[in-house]
Design a protein around this ligand. Structure first.
Ligand SMILES: C[C@](O)(CO)[C@H](O)COP(=O)(O)OP(=O)(O)OC[C@H]1O[C@@H](n2ccc(N)nc2=O)[C@H](O)[C@@H]1O
Ligand SMILES: Nc1ncnc2c1ncn2[C@@H]1O[C@H](COP(=O)(O)OP(=O)(O)OP(=O)(O)O)[C@@H](O)[C@H]1O
Length: 361
């Protein structure tokens, strides 16, 4: 085979509940992911070593083992035992360090592209396990669509979603470090200096003394006022998910409100708008107070609701439909609160092969 082209999506966390740091420094999460139509494209070609070139965003990113795509290829090579190499051409659309899991999408796309190129014979399940080793958000970039994430965010349960949601994204020129946002979260909630670490280091640098005194506390309630508005129109058609129950993890893990799962089944953006919440938003705002202006601008532009995506600083504003999204985007562009204003839709598929070039019949 002469090339494999794989595309993987960025994500928005429709809901993100965060608990106290665990002994390993990671935070237990309960999150509802939606994959959106902002993509990372990876073309994998045979080569002797593992090499990478980057187009689009991220010209300053490392192209060596500091890059998650290179790390993904190296992990797959080691696991599969192949001696082959790969040249990766990565075209990035997802903002770097934007809270939309762009690096994770690169890793997921690379795993799938190299798997196909090298014919490793590993199944999706084994690729999922490698994905979780690379980062908490990587498994979701493989599966895409809508899913609940628990554990570190890497234990996924698919969630049914009807209809298409229209988002306006306010992208900042400077990203936010995910570990720094989790650290700010810990400070705000009195959890002590439990997390540090850099991406892809395998695990965050845990507190030398182990878990903080508050490690067992339930998740804090850090949503903005109004983000917890009244009950949704939970129908009785919740499919495999019990929409009336809180969606639970272990005893002291944070929980998602079942209302948001029902909202996705109802295909009604007005209902979803009432259920959006992000426990990291306050922490992102503490590091980047200007994000308050972005949220306010989305509100003034008539968005149904707006939320910081994941660890930020990208703000995702929900619209009623495509024309409404275009209108909100126009007003937000004029407000001049972001480097770029984009419109996307979700949910979309996870990492998938777009093209095999030169495959034998
Ligand atoms: C904020 C989210 O995007 C929400 O989906 C994710 O939790 C972040 O996922 P990610 O960037 O893939 O995270 P990783 O690369 O695994 O970890 C980066 C750093 O984020 C922090 N981290 C991440 C996930 C988690 N459940 N708890 C954490 O404390 C840790 O400091 C870790 O060192
Ligand atoms: N391929 C990559 N793309 C982007 N960042 C990468 C990549 N490889 C390594 N990195 C490092 O990871 C950091 C953040 O990556 P990314 O763009 O995925 O952030 P993010 O979207 O905020 O992630 P998440 O939402 O998963 O927390 C970058 O600042 C960079 O140091």
């Amino acid at each position: 085979m002469s090339a494999v082209h794989v595309r993987a999506p960025g994500k928005i966390n429709l809901a993100l509940r965060v608990g106290a740091p665990r002994p390993d420094g990671y935070h237990p999460l309960a999150t509802l992911f939606q994959a959106v139509s902002l993509y990372e494209d990876v073309v994998a070609r045979p080569a002797d070593d593992i090499t990478l070139e980057i187009h689009g965003r991220g010209a300053d990113l490392p192209t060596d083992s500091g890059n998650l795509a290179v790390r993904a290829a190296a992990l797959l090579r080691e696991t599969s035992g192949t001696e082959a190499g790969v040249h990766l051409t990565l075209t990035k659309q997802v903002p770097v360090a934007g809270g939309m899991a762009g690096g994770s999408a690169d890793a997921a796309a690379t795993l799938l592209a190299c798997d196909q190129l090298w014919g490793t014979g590993l199944g999706r399940e084994e690729l999922g396990e490698l994905a979780a080793e690379l980062g908490a958000d990587v498994p979701f970039a493989l599966t895409g669509l809508s899913a609940m994430g628990t554990g570190r965010g890497d234990l996924l349960t698919p969630v049914m979603s009807r209809g298409q949601y229209h988002w306006v994204l306010a992208v900042q020129s400077e990203g936010l470090s995910t570990p720094a946002v989790f650290r700010a979260f810990d400070e705000i909630h009195g959890y002590g200096a439990a997390t540090a670490g850099t991406r892809g280091s395998g695990a965050p640098e845990a507190d030398a003394g182990g878990p903080g005194p508050d490690a067992g506390r339930p998740g804090p309630d850090a949503g903005r006022p109004g983000s917890d508005a009244g009950p949704g129109q939970a129908g009785d058609e919740a499919g495999e998910t019990d929409a009336d129950a809180d969606v639970a993890g272990p005893d002291d893990a944070p929980r998602l409100d079942g209302e948001i799962v029902s909202a996705l089944l109802g295909a009604d953006p007005l209902v979803l708008a009432r259920s959006l919440r992000n426990d990291l938003e306050e922490a992102a705002l503490s590091l980047r107070p200007e994000l308050g202006d972005v949220l306010a601008a989305a509100d003034r532009a008539g968005a149904l609701a707006a939320i910081v995506s994941g660890s930020g600083p990208t703000v995702a504003a929900l619209a009623l439909d495509a024309p409404h999204a275009a209108s909100v985007a126009g007003v937000m562009r004029n407000a001049d609160v972001a480097a770029e204003i984009l419109t996307v839709t979700g949910p979309v598929a996870g990492a998938r092969v777009l093209e095999h070039v030169g495959r034998r019949p």
